[in-house]
Write a protein that binds this ligand. Structure first.
Ligand SMILES: [Zn+2]
Length: 128
């Protein structure tokens, strides 16, 4: 049996078109067993997005799907990504993804790269 999951989605809280309940419902209809709500986040909206994702978990009791509260750190200055990802996890984010390739001149110092998520600087989501 194939189990579909999507660990990178957006709602109207960033550049998606649906509110979380609509997005989760459509995922259920299409056979998904898990979905992560990962709207674009920075220091200005991190708390609200994680809180919204956690609230959306009520849908798990109604439909056969796992809902993960997450964020996609977007256009966050490279040196701020690791501390913001840590803060997101402390606030309860179950998944943190990163969007945006920095120009080479803004890449993090080599000594910081081991602290960052695997392949963050070499592989990128295929969707914006
Ligand atoms: Zn995205």
């Amino acid at each position: 049996m194939i189990r579909l999951i999507d660990l990178h989605t957006h709602t109207i809280f960033s550049d998606g078109e649906l509110i979380p309940s609509e997005l989760v419902r459509r995922a259920v209809i299409h056979g998904y067993k898990a979905i992560a709500l990962t709207d674009h986040a920075d220091y200005t909206n991190l708390e609200q997005l994680i809180e919204a994702g956690q609230k959306a978990k009520y849908l798990e009791s109604e439909w056969d799907i796992r809902v993960l509260a997450g964020v996609e750190l977007t256009h966050v200055p490279p040196r701020k990504i690791a501390p913001l990802a840590k803060k997101a996890k402390e606030l309860g984010a179950e998944i943190v993804v990163v969007h945006g390739r920095p120009p080479p001149s803004q890449s993090p110092p080599e000594q910081m790269q081991h602290l960052l998520p695997v392949n963050m600087w070499t592989s990128w989501p295929t969707r914006a």
